[in-house]
Design a protein around this ligand. Structure first.
Ligand SMILES: Cc1cc2nc3c(=O)[nH]c(=O)nc-3n(C[C@H](O)[C@H](O)[C@H](O)COP(=O)(O)O)c2cc1C
Length: 192
């Protein structure tokens, strides 16, 4: 095991007013922060002043880029909008590339429908691959999300979601650890 903690930030993938995904992202940050040897941080795409008159790495935000560079893995919380991901989430993700390569990502779908964002996750998978991110075996799904949190934004059935998160986090930590080792110790040249 590496001596330094893994850094796994959580990206909140919608700027929408009244977004339920914010409760989900805050819950995940709280849970990740409680794990041993993990550091995390909430990245709210609403707070990023990214222009919309261009696209891709020419819009790179130095702070977001540095955070992605430092990250060993990522959790992306995405609501399902017409079975897809929010346009602004894609716009923000597109501003980096080399920062993501050979790093692990876990996806968390949020929806008002019962399927917990399974369709948005399916649609996000090819994007993750093209960005060089390595997706894990498990997802998190928060379906019927409007019924899951109380008025203060606290998850009502915390234990159920903590249980579901364990498998997801175990897998994400394993993949992040293996890839961190690989990025440092296994040169692409050596194996050719
Ligand atoms: C433009 C738009 C499209 C949506 N499309 C879907 C959808 O395809 N399936 C679904 O279950 N919910 C859909 N919803 C509802 C969201 O999933 C719901 O708002 C949920 O709370 C997660 O999004 P939020 O974080 O913005 O609140 C849509 C919401 C918006 C604003």
């Amino acid at each position: 095991m590496p001596d330094t903690p893994l850094f796994i930030p959580v990206i909140l993938g919608t700027p929408r007013q009244g977004r339920q995904s914010e409760h989900v992202a805050k819950f995940l940050v709280e849970q990740v922060a409680q794990r041993d040897r993990l550091e995390t941080q909430l990245i709210d795409i609403r707070d990023m002043a990214i222009a919309t008159n261009d696209a891709g790495e020419s819009l790179k935000d130095p702070e977001f880029s540095a955070t992605m560079e430092r990250a060993d893995g990522l959790i992306i919380v995405t609501p399902e909008y017409n079975h897809g991901y929010p346009g602004l989430l894609k716009h923000v993700l597109d501003t980096c590339l080399k920062e993501y390569i050979h790093k692990a990502v876990g996806l968390c779908g949020v929806s008002s429908g019962p399927f917990g964002g399974t369709r948005v996750i399916q649609n996000l998978l090819p994007v993750m691959r093209e960005l060089g991110l390595v997706t894990i075996f498990y997802d998190l799904n928060f379906g019927n999300v409007q019924q899951l949190f109380d008025e203060s934004g606290n998850l009502i059935d915390k234990q159920t979601y903590i249980r579901r998160m364990e498998r997801f986090m175990d897998e994400l930590v394993w993949m992040s650890t293996v890839l961190k080792y690989g990025r440092k110790e296994v040169s692409l040249e050596k194996i050719q």
